[in-house]
Design a protein around this ligand. Structure first.
Ligand SMILES: O=C(CO)COP(=O)(O)O
Length: 138
């Protein structure tokens, strides 16, 4: 599965701890991240992460573009709801695209933990089935 990791500055520590705690699960998947989040996750773990631009410089939009191409299966986006972000439109657009394409998106660490355990259990395997079906009909 292709997983996007994104965290606002006040949530980066949570993302780092999350990625350390679930490294054993995350390492089995293909990981993507916005610039600074990816850098911090890679510094704290042995995970390999494909990094995009930092969020305010377009990283959210780059991940949104992958969602629109059906190239992202899960988004873990630990948002800071208490700090205004200069790129708020990009953030809304990314979450909107998750809803358009029915991509599971966790906006806080508690939901992230549920999703990662569900992923490990195979609860998101329906994404593979849909992808295979779409590939056959292309
Ligand atoms: O701003 C972000 C998401 O909206 C995150 O970007 P960084 O990971 O580059 O800090």
């Amino acid at each position: 599965m292709r997983i996007a990791l994104i965290a606002h500055d006040n949530k980066k520590q949570e993302m780092v701890h999350f990625s350390m705690a679930y490294e054993g699960i995350l390492e089995k998947h293909e990981l993507f991240a916005t610039g600074t989040t990816g850098k911090k996750v890679m510094a704290a773990t042995n995970l390999n992460v494909t990094r995009f631009q930092s969020g305010p410089l377009g990283g959210d939009q780059q991940i949104g573009s992958l969602i629109a191409q059906n190239a992202m299966d899960l988004v873990l986006f630990f948002r800071d709801p208490l700090t205004p972000q200069p790129h708020e439109p990009d953030i809304s657009a990314l979450i909107r695209l998750c809803d358009v394409y029915q991509i599971p998106v966790a906006t806080n660490v508690a939901a992230g933990e549920l999703f990662i355990r569900a992923l490990e259990r195979g609860d998101l395997d329906w994404r593979k089935i849909i992808k295979e079906r779409e590939d056959r009909h292309e």
